[in-house]
Design a protein around this ligand. Structure first.
Ligand code: SF4
Length: 695
């Protein structure tokens, strides 16, 4: 008779690029495999709930296609033809190529490239230590928060807001530009609690009928990139109807009179023509938030992924200032809490070795960098060698054909350290197998909440895979890079970081599992003043001095509106390109992660675009047929799904399917632009114009 399995529950933290950063309880079977994953019930934000794709993580971590053997390319780039190579030989080869590039072209010809495939600070950011010590080209991570954060900072001065658990104490929760049911399920946990216990109203604002909209009490479906117009009209009504909190504005805002005068012409009829919303819908929304002091504005990333995204996010953040909601429990705004943790990352990132004079290359412009555009290279020489961890640029970066051309260069050496043979790994010269989060120790901050959490190593990795930290340290040794961090274990680095940051010790954190870092009620609500020297919220944005630590001002930032407005800078549909395309998240994927797990893949079925049935009929397209989408950047072919919840003129592609899953091997980011978005860069993923034809 078989011995019954020994199942224990171990604490962990979800490492994926999601604001919820859930506290987990992981079933560990016989010390070697994992079973079901649940949300930790006692962690007050996770509150026992995780998304389905992580609940079934056993599919991913024990996937038969995981890489377990270093590989060396033996065929053309992108062909996927590799031969096994021993770990030491692979690391020696990478080091030899990096040293050769450095000797012949200078240290800046090497560009370590990474992102948020894991949000663990040691495994995600340790690569920066190698970059700084070696004076390799620095990495400007612009692809996610680069547009949104300046928009929020322009008003508040800090990336922090009301305790997101206060949603449960709100009377109105405005979920603006994020499909929370799909992308951050915990928002719904707290919002629906408020509805159940207090009769709170949930408002969803988005560009197509999402699952979140279907669960909302009020749904506002507007045209992409028109959120600024909606915010202006709402504030116009608030001033017009005596719903503006003038006492609050006088104390906490910089320019209320100028705003009121400016908004005189931004009435609901003006906004209706821009947004496509009815005047009645705009009036009803304004009346709701104007008469509900406990209105909580949960401002998402989705609506920032436009060329006017930063201006729109700033405009939306002004609404709770005009109503004075910030002063009330359950009221105010939240975008991210990333500014509250204030960790000393000297050891993790090697900040003591950072040289500000070394050029910084833009993640979103990877195609332009690799194809040698002078402006993207900052006037310097070409990139000749790369180490890539935690990201799949051939799927997720904009202007995909340019990216592919760059990675196809014969004179570029690329090492990809990955869990699966992704589209990017297929273009690598050397592929190294990487661990997953339950196979190494790491430290996590909660962007969408306030907990600092430790995720311990829980099971052994598959033989043949190594952690990011191990690879970075092994390369550092071969490259002659010296820094204390390379010789320390992840636990030692985490312990040092916590102590240096005044957050206790690792032993204490491990004992408690998480640390609640939420600032006081007064600070979270900015009752002691906003984070500008005069303590006032900036209704009049000063984009050039917005405190965003990016890579300088980019794009047409001089043309940005200062007071909230509709800024018509987006790619406009025209006769040649009558559709706008948005690349929204899929429920079962997270960016390009989970596209490899069987259940996620089966549920999403295949790369598909959503199109209004009338638009489809005009093109002679029926459900499930193939549509060609194209613009100046390239062309893709994809199946179509008819969906009346998408307005005419809009096409929505859900999920970052791997390009190799598309009919012609070209993914949706073939169509998105890599021009720098104002004011500090980033990619406008939901702002592309296309033409569409049957076939
Ligand atoms: S992906 Fe997001 S919602 Fe799902 S478990 Fe991870 S943090 Fe939680």
């Amino acid at each position: 008779m078989n011995k019954p399995a020994d199942v224990v529950r171990r604490p962990s933290v979800c490492p994926h690029d999601c604001p919820s950063v859930c506290a987990l309880e992981v079933e560990v079977i016989d010390g070697a495999r994992i079973g079901r994953i649940r949300g930790a019930a006692e962690q007050s934000y996770t509150s026992g709930v995780v998304c389905a794709k992580v609940a079934r993580y056993a599919e991913r971590i024990h996937h038969q296609d995981r890489l377990t053997q270093p590989l060396r390319r033996i065929g053309p780039k992108g062909s996927g033809q590799f031969a096994p190579i021993a770990w030491d030989d692979a690391l020696d080869l990478v080091a030899e190529k990096f040293l050769d590039a450095e000797r012949r072209f200078g240290a800046e010809s090497v560009w370590p490239y990474f992102y948020a495939g894991t949000m663990g600070l040691v495994m995600r950011d340790g690569i920066e230590r190698l970059t700084h010590v070696k004076r390799y080209s620095r990495f400007f991570g612009s692809i996610c928060v680069g547009i949104a954060w300046p928009g929020f900072l322009a008003g508040t001065g800090r990336i922090a807001g009301v305790d997101p658990r206060e949603m449960a104490k709100s009377d109105c929760i405005v979920i603006w530009g994020t499909n929370a049911v799909v992308t951050q399920v915990n928002v719904m946990t707290h919002a629906t609690r408020a509805r159940k216990e207090r009769g709170a109203k949930i408002v969803a604002i988005d560009i197509y009928e999402t699952e979140t909209m279907r669960q909302a009490d009020m749904a506002l479906r507007l045209r992409p990139g028109t959120d600024g117009a909606l915010a202006c009209a709402v504030m116009h009504i608030l001033f017009r109807d005596g719903l503006a909190d003038r006492a609050y504005l006088a104390r906490y805002a910089d320019a209320p009179e100028a705003l009121e005068a400016h908004l005189k012409s931004r009435d609901p009829h003006w906004a209706s023509a821009i947004t496509g919303l009815s005047v009645d819908a705009i009036e009803a929304f304004a009346a709701l938030v104007g008469r509900t002091k406990r209105s909580f504005f949960r401002l998402g990333y989705g609506f920032s992924r436009q060329r006017n995204g930063a201006a729109n996010l700033h405009a939306a953040s002004c609404v709770p200032v005009v109503t004075g909601a910030w002063a009330h429990e359950g009221g105010g705004a939240f975008h991210s809490n990333s500014g509250i943790f204030q960790l000393d990352k000297t050891l993790i990132e090697g900040l003591d070795a950072r040289d500000e004079s070394v050029r910084r290359l833009d993640q979103s412009r990877v195609g332009a960098v690799l194809t040698g555009e002078a402006e993207a290279l900052k006037g310097g020489g070409p990139v000749k060698a790369m180490l890539i961890q935690n990201t799949n640029p051939l799927a997720v970066a904009p202007n995909q054909e340019k990216v592919r051309k760059g990675f196809g260069r014969d004179d570029l050496f690329v090492c990809v350290h990955e869990q699966f043979l992704t589209d990017t790994a297929r273009y690598a010269d050397v592929v190294l197998p990487a661990t997953m989060f339950l196979e190494h120790d790491d430290l996590y901050t909660g962007g969408g909440h306030q907990h600092l959490q430790f995720g311990p190593k829980t099971i052994e990795p598959p033989a043949g895979s190594r952690s990011n930290h191990e690879v970075v340290a092994a390369l550092a040794e071969r490259l002659g890079a010296r820094h204390p961090g390379f010789a320390m274990t992840p636990r030692e680095i985490i312990d040092w970081t916590l102590r240096a940051s005044g957050r206790g010790t690792l032993a204490e954190l491990e004992d408690r599992k998480w640390l609640d870092c939420q600032p006081s009620f007064e600070d979270s609500h900015y009752l002691n003043g906003f984070a500008y020297p005069d303590g006032k919220f900036r209704l009049r944005a000063d984009w050039a001095s917005t405190p965003f630590s990016g890579d300088g001002l980019k794009g047409p930032w001089r043309e940005m509106p200062s007071l909230p407005d509709h800024w018509p800078v987006n790619e406009a549909a025209d006769a040649a390109h009558p559709f706008k395309l948005a690349t929204s998240p899929a429920r079962n994927f997270l960016n390009s992660s989970f596209t490899e797990t069987p259940t996620s893949r089966a549920r999403e079925e295949r790369p598909t675009v959503l199109m209004n049935p009338d638009d489809a009929a005009a093109l002679g397209l029926s459900e499930g047929e193939i549509v060609r989408l194209s613009n100046a950047r390239g062309e893709i072919r994809v199946h179509v799904r008819l969906f009346p919840g998408v307005s005419r003129g809009l096409i929505v592609s859900e999920g970052v399917w791997p390009p190799s899953a598309f009919l012609d091997g070209r993914g949706v980011n073939t169509l998105t632009g890599d021009d720098s978005v104002a004011p500090f860069g980033g990619a406008a993923f939901h702002d592309a114009r296309v033409w569409a034809r049957r076939g």
